[in-house]
Write a protein that binds this ligand. Structure first.
Ligand code: AMP
Length: 990
């Protein structure tokens, strides 16, 4: 019995649902192989036996037949009705999905049906390469599943009944043949098979991260397939673009990406060309940007903009930077002539060309007196710091020949000067050197003093214009020049001046007379006659024993009396100053040690130097020391690191200096003298002596271990890694150690970064106290004309000229250490020779501020380098100044370079506070140019990053016409970047 009566109304109702269903597009990741609802014409399905499945068609609104199959032989038992689809090509898919929509009558709802009524049917498939099989044995089919109606089906009202439309999806995987057939087996149910859709899944073509990923058919199992994308037009791979296609046809997270090529920017998954007037320089830039000032692009898709005429871009300039031009000539040149040297100074060019990398070259031409014979100056002249590539607007030129006309052409250059074919612009200074014989004689080679006479010897001038005829010596009592002076002449280069007062300071000056004329007097040399009839000998070749023993005798007497009378203590040794000269000074100034104040005791004042070691250094048993590795080389042997474990104490790391084998008794004494000096000190900024090993060999000095070694190499290794405050902290430590030493009347004489040690906490400690160290140990020490060996670059001029070593000369050296620290271990005076350094210092030249050095610190250096030693600060004052800076770091924010140009007094380095500058108005107020706020604002310069490329013509345009104001603004602009970096650790974005 075929129960057609119930299916017709159902189909009409379903018609609407299914046609709208069919109109609905399937998900993009499903590819349909067969859809019974939309297949045109005959489906070609086969049903057998003939009284089983039956095709029933209805027309949709476009008059297309919709084919459905039904069977309802519920009244008879043993049903076996097959409905087989046509051959379905596999189309390369590995896993196939079958979606069936059907209704199934509930047997209970059919009146009078027997118990054989079923509510399920079976689905099968058969794989085949053939598409024209007319018969397949039932046993050849592979069962997919038994299908039953489930409970989640759509409900459809059919007249007074509710029909349920079921949708079931099954899949078959790992297909291998070209195609397959499906079959539906009914075994006695009442079914209407409304639609059958067969499909497979794929990951559909997509664009992600500018890479196109093609369609990808999913795998039969659940594995992921890696798919490589290809970059869209005008883009390039940044990182290989890849995505994984999942088994259910979904793309997973993309990896890698493509980026738009230079000249193109990303818009909606494509790369679009930059418009004219815009550019994109790198594929890494996100967007096209407007051409920077003084450049243009006429074409689409430009990767850079072309500079306007007479404007250029240096190779290293970023493409975003405006095009710039060469600077104008330097301005306001002035010269200060001093005998055979000259200081040239000038102002920066009016127009920097829009750049801040200005340097200066000095070209020199010399003409003999009649101006007809001119030539390039040649290598005879010395330019300090250098002739070409100067970064400061000042140069010292030495070794000029007398009686010459020199022309100095000053040229300003910047990073694009080489690119311009326009003639360079110079400003010239003409200088005529004075007449013959102008050579200074300020280096006294040796002197000998008694109570009423002084013997001087000197060196002839380097560049005398003609044969030296005689020398003229002028001398007078110090501070008495106006009242009385004497002039003496000699043909030799030495002279003994007699008839002098005892214990009186005289000033001597010497000049040469040549066949060409008279020179000028050299620098002043102050010498003092002795109090008593004794010799003070400067020449190391002279016998010294007498002088030392007489001077020693006096000192010994004074201090013996001092010991007994003032302190009342027992003295097993004589307390004296470290240097016979110093002793004398101290004696003259009446400085007597006060009770309770500690004074350094010179080991040589002991008759038995071993006693000094015993008094000041603890003897350590060698078995307590474990040497681990060599860390350096000292004058007397290796320096090792190791551990010291004293009974009842914690093990500590130590440095161990040992005296190499085969030493003489003097070497042993000198070696141990360092311990007997160091052992007297107890200060956190002085290297601490742990003890000595003298009872067995090798003899050793044990000190605390300083993990970071010497300060100079430590800073060079960590160039730029510290904050200014950290550097000031280190300087403070050194100054505090030196204050302690000077309070103890100890003069170091070789204070330099190489003689400061740094521990693991960056604490700096003064070291190197050996007696012979300056003479023998320091590779920087050089012989002076007076025979002593002195580290010239670190030493005060009076100590070089006549060995006047005092705490004030240590302060000079401290200034050099400050410079070394702020420049991270740069060599003072760079590659200049020692002789040039002496000369330059005498001419008044001082080291410029290191890069990024706060103005206040450079000022302190300059104070330490005052020519008159009495004008230099004391170590106690230096510590106080540094303490104030540490407490008030805003004082460190004005850099030396800014202070020099902003016109701020260096005495008042705390204003203005450039760190606070965040707006154009604040900046203008800070440089006292607040009157131009409106001009800047109305010209559109509203943020700091817009002002950094302003040049002088821009300033004219916006109404800043006064040249001085322009200069002030332009220099401040140059420093805006530096300030921003220094103060905030950030960059102004341009
Ligand atoms: P000196 O003979 O004192 O000049 O020492 C030579 C080198 O040994 C120094 O430059 C340091 O590198 C190293 N040195 C000396 N003393 C110490 C110490 N206490 N801690 C760490 N290294 C040291």
């Amino acid at each position: 019995m075929a129960l057609h009566w119930w299916i017709y109304p159902l189909l009409h109702t379903l018609h609407f649902i299914l046609t709208s269903d069919a109109a609905r597009s399937y998900p993009a990741n499903e590819v349909t192989l067969l859809d019974s609802m939309s297949a045109p014409g005959d489906l070609g399905w086969v049903a057998y036996p003939p009284e089983g499945w039956e095709e029933i068609s209805v027309m949709d609104e476009r008059n297309t037949p919709m084919r459905t199959y039904q069977v309802c032989n519920v009244m008879e038992a043993y049903q076996n009705n097959w409905l087989r689809t046509s051959w379905i090509p596999r189309d390369g898919a590995h896993r196939i999905y079958i979606e069936i929509k059907f209704t199934l009558r509930d047997c209970n709802s059919l009146p009078g049906v027997p118990g054989t009524c079923k509510e399920t049917f079976n689905m099968y498939y058969y794989e085949s390469n053939n598409n024209n099989l007319w018969y397949i044995k039932e046993t050849q089919y592979i069962k997919i599943d038994t299908i039953a109606a489930d409970e989640s089906f759509t409900q459809v009202d059919v007249g007074d009944r509710v029909m349920k439309l079921n949708t079931e999806v099954r899949d078959i995987g790992s297909l291998t043949k070209k195609g397959f057939y499906l079959a539906f087996q009914d075994v006695g149910a009442c079914i209407a098979l409304v639609s059958v859709r067969v499909y497979y899944k794929k990951c559909p073509l997509t664009i992600r991260n500018l890479a196109e990923f093609p369609d990808k058919v999913t795998e039969g199992d659940s594995s992921l397939v890696e798919v490589r994308g290809s970059c869209v037009n005008n883009s390039e791979e940044y990182d290989v673009p890849k995505m994984h296609c999942s088994a259910d046809g979904g793309w997973l997270v993309p990896i890698g990406r493509c980026v738009c090529k230079p000249g193109y920017e990303e818009k909606k998954d494509t790369c679009q060309p930059c418009r004219p007037g815009f550019y994109k320089a790198s594929s890494m830039d996100a967007y096209c940007m407007k051409c920077p000032p003084h450049s243009y692009s006429y074409q689409e898709s430009s990767s850079q903009c072309t500079c306007e005429k007479n404007y250029y871009r240096a190779e290293t300039d970023p493409k975003a930077m405006p095009c710039t031009r060469p600077p104008t000539a330097p301005e306001n040149p002035i010269s200060t002539t001093n005998e055979t040297s000259i200081i040239l100074e000038w102002s920066p060019p009016r127009d920097s060309g829009g750049r801040n990398d200005i340097t200066y070259n000095v070209h020199c031409k010399k003409c003999a007196g009649d101006s007809r014979r001119c030539s390039v100056c040649g290598s005879g002249l010395h330019f300090i710091p250098r002739q070409f590539g100067l970064t400061y607007t000042k140069v010292l030129v030495t070794n000029l020949l007398p009686h010459m006309n020199y022309t100095f052409n000053l040229e300003a250059l910047n990073g694009v000067s080489e690119l311009s074919s326009r003639p360079k612009q110079y400003v010239s200074i003409n200088v005529t050197t004075s007449q013959a014989g102008d050579a200074q004689l300020n280096v006294i080679l040796k002197e000998r003093r008694s109570k009423d006479s002084i013997t001087l010897a000197w060196q002839g001038p380097d560049h005398a214009n003609g044969v030296i005829v005689e020398y003229e010596v002028i001398y007078y009592e110090k501070n008495q020049k106006d009242q009385n002076y004497t002039v003496l002449r000699t043909k030799s280069n030495s002279m003994t001046v007699d008839g002098l007062k005892p214990g009186t300071t005289y000033v001597f000056r010497v000049k040469a007379h040549t066949s060409g004329g008279h020179g000028t007097y050299g620098g002043e040399i102050e010498l003092e006659t002795s109090q008593e009839d004794m010799l003070a000998i400067g020449d190391p070749n002279q016998p010294t024993i007498m002088a030392v023993s007489i001077a020693g005798g006096i000192v010994l007497l004074i201090f013996l009396v001092t010991c007994f009378v003032i302190s009342g203590r027992h003295c097993g040794y004589i307390k004296a100053k470290q240097d016979p000269d110093e002793e004398k000074m101290q004696f003259h100034h009446g400085q007597v040690r006060l009770p309770g104040s500690r004074t350094y005791v010179h080991p040589h004042t002991y008759e038995d130097p071993n006693q000094a070691v015993r008094d000041f250094a603890k003897e350590i048993d060698a078995s307590c020391i474990r040497i681990e590795r060599v860390i350096g080389a000292g004058e007397f042997g290796e320096v090792c690191s190791g551990r010291l474990k004293l009974p009842g104490k914690r093990e500590i790391y130590v440095a161990i200096k040992s005296l190499k084998a085969g030493y003489s008794e003097k070497q042993r004494r000198d070696f141990l003298s360092e311990a007997s000096i160091m052992g007297q000190f107890d200060n956190p900024n002085i290297i601490r002596l742990e003890g000595v090993v003298t009872k067995c060999k090798p003899v050793m000095i044990i000190t605390e271990y300083m993990e970071n070694g010497s300060l100079d190499s430590f800073l060079r290794k960590r160039d730029g890694q510290f904050t200014v405050i950290q550097l000031v902290g280190m300087l403070r430590g050194i100054a505090s150690g030196m204050k302690y030493l000077s309070d103890m009347n100890y003069i170091h004489r070789d204070l330099a970064a190489r003689n400061i040690l740094v521990n693991g906490n960056f604490v700096c400690k003064v070291s190197d106290f050996g007696l012979s160290r300056v003479l023998e140990d320091d590779p920087e020490a050089a012989y002076t004309t007076r025979g002593g060996k002195i580290p010239i670059r670190w030493t005060a001029p009076e100590a070089i000229a006549y060995r006047k070593f005092t705490s004030a000369s240590d302060v000079w050296s401290y200034g050099i250490v400050m410079w070394e620290v702020m420049s991270y271990g740069e060599r003072p005076y760079w590659e200049m020779s020692n002789q040039d350094v002496i000369k330059a210092i005498d001419e008044g030249y001082r080291l410029p501020a290191p890069m990024d050095c706060p103005a206040v610190l450079h000022q302190l250096m300059l104070d330490c380098w005052q020519k008159a030693r009495g004008d230099r600060p004391k170590f106690g004052q230096i510590v106080n100044i540094l303490d104030k800076l540490i407490r008030n770091p805003s004082c460190l924010k004005t850099l030396a370079i800014d202070a020099a140009w902003s016109g701020n007094s260096l005495q008042d380095p705390c204003t203005p506070d450039s760190s606070a500058i965040t707006t154009v108005d604040e900046w203008l107020d800070g440089i006292k140019m607040g009157q131009y706020k409106e001009n800047f604002a109305s010209a559109g310069y509203t943020t700091l990053d817009t002002v950094v490329y302003i040049n002088s013509s821009d300033l004219c345009r916006i109404g800043v016409t006064i040249v001085g104001h322009q200069k002030r603004i332009l220099w401040s602009i140059q420093n805006l970047h530096t300030m921003a970096n220094q103060m905030h650790g950030t960059h102004i974005q341009v």
